[in-house]
Design a protein around this ligand. Structure first.
Ligand code: ATP
Ligand code: MG
Length: 205
C-alpha cells in the first residue's frame, strides 16, 4: 500500500469509529426518550414561518389519519390556502371574524370576538378525539389583554393527556414559554416585504 492510500485508509477507519460513537450516543438518547404524551409547542419570534410551521404539523397529523383542529385569531375573513385545503380534509376551523386590531380600533368588539373564538378553542381542548390543536396567533390575544392568561393556562393544563397544542405568534408570554415543552423562536434575517415585495397567495397566506 502506498503512503497516501494508507493515510486514506486510516482516515476512513477513524471516521468510522467517530460515527459509531455518535450513533451509540444518539441511540442511547432515543432509547431514554420513552414518554408519550401531548406536547405543548410555542412558535414565536419575528421571522416568517410560525403559522407555516403550525400548519405543517397539522398536515402531518392529518396524514397519519389523526384528528386536528385549527383556531385562527386575528385572521379576519381573508382567503387562507391552508383552510381551503384542510377543511376539505375534515379539519374543523374556528376563525375570529374581526381583522387586525389596527383596522378595527374597537377594543370592546375585539375582546368579545376573542372570547367567542376562545370558547371554540376550549371546546377543541376538551375533546379527547382531537390529537392536535393549532392556536394560530394566540399570543396577541394575551398581550393585548383580550384574553386572561389564567384562562389560557387552565385550558392547556386540563386538556387530554395525549393532545398536542401549538401556539404561534410574536412576543409569547413568558409563562406560556415556561409551560411549553418545545419552544422555537423564528428569527428574521431578511423578509421580502422589506424589499417592497407584496404578500402573495400561495406563499404568504
Ligand atoms: P407565515 O404565515 O408566512 O408563516 P408568520 O406566521 O411567521 O408567517 P406573522 O407575523 O403571523 O408571521 O405574519 C403573517 C404575514 O406577515 C405573512 O404574510 C408573512 O409573510 C408576513 N411576515 C411575517 N414575518 C414578517 C416580517 N419579519 N416582516 C414582514 N412581514 C412578515
Ligand atoms: Mg402567523
Amino acid at each position: 500500500m502506498s503512503a497516501t492510500s494508507e493515510q486514506e485508509a486510516n482516515k476512513a477507519s477513524r471516521h468510522k469509529v467517530r460515527q459509531q460513537k455518535v450513533k451509540a450516543a444518539v441511540d442511547a438518547r432515543i432509547a431514554s426518550a420513552q414518554i408519550e404524551r401531548g406536547v405543548l409547542m410555542v412558535i414565536t419570534g419575528d421571522g416568517k414561518g410560525k403559522t407555516t410551521g403550525g400548519f405543517g404539523t397539522v398536515a402531518r397529523a392529518v396524514g397519519h389519519g389523526q384528528q386536528a383542529a385549527v383556531v385562527q385569531f386575528i385572521k379576519g375573513n381573508w382567503d387562507c390556502g391552508e383552510r381551503n385545503l384542510l377543511e376539505n380534509a375534515g379539519v374543523p376551523f374556528a376563525v375570529m371574524a374581526t381583522g387586525f386590531t389596527w383596522e378595527t380600533q374597537d377594543k370592546e368588539a375585539d375582546t368579545a370576538a376573542a372570547l367567542a373564538t376562545w370558547q371554540q378553542a376550549e371546546a377543541f381542548m376538551q375533546d379527547k378525539r382531537i390529537n392536535l390543536v393549532l392556536l394560530d396567533e394566540l399570543t396577541y390575544m394575551v398581550s393585548y389583554h383580550y384574553l386572561p392568561l389564567e384562562r389560557v393556562v387552565e385550558a392547556l393544563e386540563n386538556r387530554p393527556k395525549h393532545q398536542h397544542v401549538i401556539i404561534t405568534g410574536r412576543n409569547c408570554h413568558r409563562q406560556l414559554i415556561e409551560m411549553a415543552d418545545t419552544v422555537s423562536e423564528v428569527k428574521c434575517t431578511k423578509h421580502a416585504f422589506n424589499s417592497g415585495i407584496a404578500a402573495q397567495p400561495g406563499f404568504d397566506f
